[in-house]
Design a binder for this molecule. Structure first.
Ligand code: NAD
Length: 497
């Protein structure tokens, strides 16, 4: 019997009547089914969150009483870590190594971190020139609609839900229709932790139905969206109807700048992680390798040799370095880009559906596999250097001199992240200062910390996630002014006297 999931609205489990099949990308088989909610279901969830915010206890509770709920969620995640990691791997094709050692434990610590860090969020007293006491309060925004993509479902759910609820907001959360199962498991944990009705609602379905209803609803105060630029722009338009607050975490085409004076072995390893971790399906993927001419040939030789050794296979196996892409359709999109790339540059590795490592040379047809792919001699104006492919396709661009590296790196509509590899930290700092993006990793890749802010410049979006800045997104500032005039009356009271 196929496992059936329900969605979580107002502390009850709801079946939408219509279902979406969740496919295991490693095998192409159906893993489970979950509800395809419609606009009516979404409105029910929004009303539950609205009631919990407007009339419930949650926003009025002191922080110290909300924090234990988040700590309990973290504890339950840790207790179920192995099964959650396995499910995430089956549902998304992320390697089990990644879900076990990164996604699930980081999600647990995100709940703990935000429970503690919220104590840092406070207003201030403001010295003013009148006899008055002026101060600010940091208040919750209200009902938050949260929409995420499929590449980090469980972790992203923690990154969005934890900071929103700790500050007293209530949430309607929508995972991607391509990967919803771990988020529905999180809903079970949230229920077990005993959160009051309606504080967190997790509703599954498509962007056009659930996402659009959430974005257009006048009962929702803010949308926190992570996803692609096309949907991000649609959300901006839809949200304008009710002028709601927005936070947009969108795509990227991040430059990975490698100078000749780097630790080459480390930089090769870092470049591989930057484009081949999670099969390149990362918003921060270092998909443009901007490589100094002096080490161009040597670096590429090392990179290709190491890439060819990556073990491609079922994501659930601990031997696997490189799993499948999320879906057959997405793999086709990436293959189409590879065809474009062949006309624009030189393909030197991958670019095809791989042969099975075991199984008599038959191609891995059942899962959605694709070989890690490398193009060299790419012009930065090429489509494979400018457009987000969101797959394991690396475009290598040659540069000569620091100024040219910076120019190429910034020559993109995106501004999410960048990497710089050099042993000269002065140079690294100079370059970091000139890069127009939200995160710069120096001699490393992918350092995400619950404590440090993350977000985009330019078309990679606005607003920040994580850290104190991530918490502040879920607040609004109220100014309170108390008259302290020695006469007992402020000037305004006799203005028309
Ligand atoms: P997507 O934009 O297609 O979908 C993201 C989410 O939005 C899904 O839940 C989807 O159902 C919903 N959605 C789609 N259209 C919508 C609409 N019109 N109204 C409301 N909701 C809508 O993206 P995807 O394919 O799931 O994910 C890949 C994209 O996500 C890439 O561009 C990647 O760079 C980006 N991403 C960004 C970050 C970041 O933090 N900046 C992190 C991960 C992924």
């Amino acid at each position: 019997m196929l496992k059936q999931y329900n969605m979580y609205i107002d502390n009850t489990w709801v079946n939408a009547g219509k279902a979406i099949a969740s496919i295991n990308p490693s095998t192409g088989e159906i893993l489970a089914e979950f509800p395809a909610a419609d606009a009516r279901d979404t409105e029910t969830a929004i009303k539950a969150a609205r009631l919990a915010f407007d009339s419930g206890d949650w926003p009025k509770m002191p922080l110290i009483e909300r924090a234990p709920y988040l700590q309990k969620i973290a504890q339950l995640i840790r207790e179920k870590a192995d099964e959650l990691a396995k499910l995430e791997s089956l549902d998304t094709g992320k390697t089990i190594k990644q879900t076990t050692f990164i996604d699930i434990p980081t999600a647990a610590s995100a709940f703990e971190y935000f429970a503690a860090a919220a104590t840092e969020i406070k207003g201030e007293t403001i010295p003013i020139h009148n006899p008055a006491l002026s101060f600010t309060l940091k208040e919750p925004v209200g009902v938050i609609g949260q929409i995420i993509p499929w590449n980090y479902p469980f972790l992203m759910a923690a990154w969005k839900i934890a900071p929103a609820i700790i500050l007293g907001n209530t949430v309607v959360f929508k995972p991607s229709q391509l990967a919803s199962l771990s988020c529905l498991e999180l809903a079970k944990i949230i229920q077990e932790a005993g959160l009051p009705n309606g504080v967190v609602n997790i509703i599954t379905g498509t962007g056009k139905e659930v996402g659009a209803t959430l974005t257009e609803s006048k009962l929702v105060d803010m949308i926190s969206f992570t996803g692609g630029n096309t949907a991000g722009k649609e959300i901006m338009k839809m949200a304008s109807g009710s002028t709601k607050k927005l936070s947009l975490e969108l795509g990227g085409k991040s430059p990975n700048i490698v100078f000749a004076d780097c630790d080459i072995e480390a930089a090769v390893g870092g470049a591989m992680s930057a484009i081949f971790m999670n099969q390149g399906q990362m918003c921060t993927a270092g998909s443009r390798l901007i490589l100094e001419d002096k080490i161009y040939d040597k670096f590429i030789e090392l990179l290709v040799a190491k890439t060819k050794k990556l073990k491609i296979g079922n994501a659930i196996s601990y031997d696997t370095d490189f799993g499948p892409l999320i879906s057959r359709e997405h793999r086709q999109t990436v293959l189409d880009y590879i065809e474009i790339g062949k006309k624009e540059a030189k393909l030197i590795s991958g670019g095809i559906i791989p042969l099975a490592h075991l199984g008599g040379g038959k191609r891995l047809e059942k899962g959605f596999y694709l070989e890690p792919t490398i193009f060299i001699d790419v012009d930065n104006n090429a489509r494979i250097a400018q457009e987000e492919i969101f797959g394991p396709v690396l475009s290598i661009i040659k540069f000569s001199g620091q100024d040219q590296a910076i120019k190429i790196a910034n020559d993109t509509k995106f501004g999410l992240a960048a990497m710089v590899w050099t042993k000269d930290l002065n140079r690294a700092n100079q370059v970091a200062a000139q890069l127009r993006c939200g995160t710069v990793w120096i001699n490393t890749y992918g350092g995400f910390y619950n404590e440090a802010p993350f977000g985009g410049y330019k078309e990679s979006g606005f607003g920040r996630e994580l850290g104190k800045e991530g918490l502040l997104e879920y607040t609004q500032t109220k100014h309170v002014n108390i008259d302290l005039n020695p006469t007992g009356r402020s000037l305004v009271t006799s203005w028309f006297a």
